[in-house]
Write a protein that binds this ligand. Sequence first.
Ligand SMILES: [Zn+2]
Length: 244
Amino acid sequence: MTNSFLDNHEVVEMSSAKVCRILKQRIQSGQLKPGVRLVRRTIANDLDVSPIPVIEALYKLEKEGLVEHVPMQGARVKRLTMEQVRNDLVLREAIESQCARLLAAARLSSSQINQLSARADELDKMMSRHEPNFQPGMKAHAEFHLALAQQTGFPILVEELRKIWSRRFMQLAWIHSALVPVPRDWHRRLIKAIASHDIQKADVAARLHVCRNPAEQETVMRGLEKIVAKLQADARETRLPCPN
Ligand SMILES: [Zn+2]
């Protein structure tokens, strides 16, 4: 690949971003399932790039929690465990409740609240349709919660929340929101609590939004355990290609 405006380092950087984007999309869509080997040479040939950007992309995806490196075997799509699911849940609760507290204290303008309410209504409508293809819904759901984090003005909250949403857990959560339905105004309620400017109320609403009530959470966790067990069994059955 040659480009007179870019030096070699910049070309590698661009290719690694492209490889990263493609692999991420394939992992998040379920095309590449947990446990599947990610063979450097095969990926490089497949995407018509050199192995260096592939190595960089795999390293970046490992930092985001989508890929893991296994000694003597190389990289593979990270296998999902209930420990990860619980860790992501507690981290999401901590970040999103802090976002709600900051936004309630920030006293957003009425036009900002109106915009967030309109987005909440759109998302609630989408969730209530229970589309069999959950990808667009999951994307809209993630974008809504990241938009709330962005409004706080703390990039670290957005960055860390993006990693959580990026992990497969949220796909499972979306599937499960169809099994344990949420109220039709689920996101509108959250915005209403933030708009009340009552920090405590916003905090409680955000925690309930993430974790549901204890009985619902138990049902969701039991359902997730089944999904995780199935994914783990599928990963064990996957035939591994030759080492990279
Ligand atoms: Zn939500």
